[in-house]
Write a protein that binds this ligand. Sequence first.
Ligand code: FEO
Ligand code: CA
Ligand code: CA
Ligand code: CA
Length: 611
Amino acid sequence: AAGSNKHSPLIGFEAINVSAADTVTLPKGYKHQVILPWGHPISGHQPAFDPLTNSGEDQAHQMGSHHDGMHFFPIEGKDPYQGSSEDGLLVMNHEYVEPRFMHASAQGQELSRSAVPVQADGKRSADEVLKEIHGHGVSIVRIKKQSNGEWAIEADARNRRVHGLTEMEISGPVRGTDFVKTKFSPEGTKTRGTLNNCAHGVTPWNTYLAAEENWAGYFINHSEQPREQTRYGVTKEGSGRYGWELADSGADEFVRYDVTPKGASATEDYRNEANAFGWMVEIDPFNPEVAPIKRTHLGRFAHEGVVFQPAVEGEPIVCYSGDDARFEYIYKYVSAQPYNKETAGGHLLDNGTLYVARFNEDGSGDWLPLVFGMGPLTPANGFNSQADVLVNTRLAADTVGATKMDRPEWGAVDPKTKDVYFTLTNNSRRTETDAANPRAENDWGQIIRWAEADGQVSAKSFAWDLFVLAGPESDSDFAGAGLDGGSIFNSPDGLWFDADSRLWIQTDMSESIVNTGKWEQFGNNMMLAADPVNKVIRRFLAGPIGQEITGVVTTPDQKTMFVNVQHPGATTSPEDFAKGSLVSHWPHDGALYPRSATLVITREDDGIIGA
Ligand code: FEO
Ligand code: CA
Ligand code: CA
Ligand code: CA
């Protein structure tokens, strides 16, 4: 076995053991502080956190739940990677909510982590629904290092929430088309809210992108569904993911989740509401006056996140995004216009070419264009415009023959080599294998990587290999050997390169299997660091019980690292929840329930994280 014991000039800490404890474990010489837990007040009337009494309106001024992808924007507001390492806007996604931990009405009931309290009349309390909608989205918070070395919120007019009801613009080829005309926006130029924001992206012009991942299930259509719903999994029976359409106020902002056609036309009912979801959403953290913008040219699917190649003056902007579902695809976008530092902005994401990846068996790969009228993407095959191709991105990718992957999650670009790495988290349903997805019933996942042809990031072909096959010692492969005790992991999800080309890997063993059966040997979800040159992987962090580790970034000086802990305690059974017996109380702050929060990790000797 190999992996953790070799010398690495990049990785200086000693690997930690796996841990099943309800705590955060770090290597010797490291410490952490917990900040910004779910419900922490950040704006408006600064409502103090109390899960039993906070209202829906309060939640719009508090940290959202289920922290995920994030970025630290230095306070100067000029460059996303340069500037202050002690003062900045921390911007983070909130993927979803756990309603049983949010409402007084849930107490004492046998509720699973995904169940909602329903009233005797079959309806839901409108204020509880509002609280859940406001618990989703994005938080923008100014944080500052204090004289004692701890970090704290700094009052700032830019501190705010973007959530499931925030008004947004629709941009790119889908703007103004019939697909997005609604009662709310008859012109098809606006929508309300962003949902299920998993990972993120950081543009070269200092804005933030929030990905809309598992949005489809929030909507329900009881009638025959069009293909732009069926291919994504809009709910067909019962109620939507949280039953928001059942809110007892009957208000338009809740009823919209029932997209069953009921009126005479699309502008009289809610049939097109779901078409405004599944996009990447651009937010300018420094300008609260600018509405978030859904950038439709980056495609519509279960967007995990987006990662950019470093911008080069005079060259196109290039970014990559994964569609996290079994047998879905990896995409690349190349802007039509070249990057120019003076004029760069979101318009570069509105005009370009979206491609999807084909990983050939011989280690070569091709970027297949998803352009209306090109190849099979014609009316003869059911595609009638570029907007049609984008609203139905998955179908277009099926049609051109892309490679069906084992759940593409985060991507990361090595700043030194421009090589692109992507996590393929797992795929228990795979039966037929291929070179890029080589294991049937893939419980463990792998990390794939590629180099664009001739070092040109806008190239139409690439060369790929598998960086690591994750798993236990006996069923893993890292540079020709199995992983060892200091490096075993599975279900890679979060992925990030720091400025020194250290690759940080975060895991997401699902709540249904973590700490059981063959997954028990891995303990709780974790984060590891890899040296891609010297082929070393070492476990750096183990999280508390029931959570996943997701979201990582450092300050520009690399001496402070922020890491998110999402859904601690989610493995509590319905019976134990009813009894008030929870598997986790992390972060052990005296609150009634465990809650997602951000770790601030530093070294006792104030050195570079990981070195
Ligand atoms: Fe939200 Fe694909 O993890
Ligand atoms: Ca994820
Ligand atoms: Ca998860
Ligand atoms: Ca995941």
